[in-house]
Design a protein around this ligand. Structure first.
Ligand code: URA
Length: 238
């Protein structure tokens, strides 16, 4: 059934669209705060279509089944939905974060592109080891690297796991300590361990892209925005 043809209970719609709990939604409906296509509806069980115009106290609420957020993750927050000690990436999202989770992980000290969504299928596709989604990082190393290290990255490094890392691209820049590294996997501390395998430590790490999705240079650390339709379509193609 196309998404547009779907019908949902009004109270359920409000839990998603207005981030209310089910009982808060029921209360608002029964109190007479909710209109559907300008008509007051007082029964939470009434089924509505996703095209209907729903307002609470005259304010329209929009239903988005899935959310896709590009976050410029700063260092110091962890890639989790909750944590007893540390601030998490979800703590950076002001509203509409119900059901969101980060697609994969960046280390606490890593910055850069992190996708947050409530779309489990897309997350699964992006994270599946079989899909080999490229992830590009900018890294500052504690010493210079050159063509020898480029070769080793291309061959597939032994980073202490059962299997060698898949071939990865090491792009050199004018500053021999600063590189771009593109990996096809998402193993724990992957980039740091690859650098160590060629005798270097990563002193700064920032993810620049994931598949076709590139970190928006206008987003400052800690800022986020929804993906554009174009970004989403191209990400789904991968
Ligand atoms: N590789 C790492 O070592 N750390 C990250 O956060 C991401 C990739």
């Amino acid at each position: 059934m196309p998404e547009n043809a779907k019908k949902v209970r009004l109270d359920k719609f409000l839990t998603q669209a207005a981030e209310l709990t089910r009982s808060e939604a029921k209360q608002k409906i029964k109190k007479g705060s909710v209109t559907v296509n300008k008509e007051f509806i007082k029964k939470p069980e009434v089924k509505i279509s996703l095209q209907d115009r729903v307002c609470i106290d005259g304010e329209e609420v929009l239903y988005e089944q899935y959310r896709y957020i590009m976050l410029h993750k700063p260092a110091g927050v962890i890639s989790a939905t909750e944590d007893a000690e540390d601030r998490t990436v979800l703590d950076l999202i002001a509203e509409g974060k119900k059901g969101l989770f980060p697609v994969g992980r960046l280390d606490k000290d890593t910055e850069g592109l992190l996708l947050l969504t409530n779309d489990g299928v897309l997350a699964h596709n992006l994270l599946s080891p079989k899909k080999h989604i490229d992830k590009t990082y900018f890294a500052i190393l504690d010493g210079p690297v050159g063509t020898k290290e480029q070769e080793l990255f291309l061959q597939g490094l032994d980073i202490g796991d059962e299997k060698l890392a898949l071939p990865a691209k090491l792009e050199l820049t004018e500053n021999k300590n600063e590189v771009f590294i593109t990996v096809q996997e998402g193993r724990f501390h992957q980039v740091k361990r690859m650098a160590q395998a060629v005798g270097r430590n990563v002193t700064y790490l920032k993810r620049i892209s994931m598949g076709n999705l590139v970190l928006d240079p206008n987003l400052k650390k800690g800022e986020y925005r929804s993906l554009t339709e174009k970004e989403l379509t191209s990400l789904k193609k991968k």
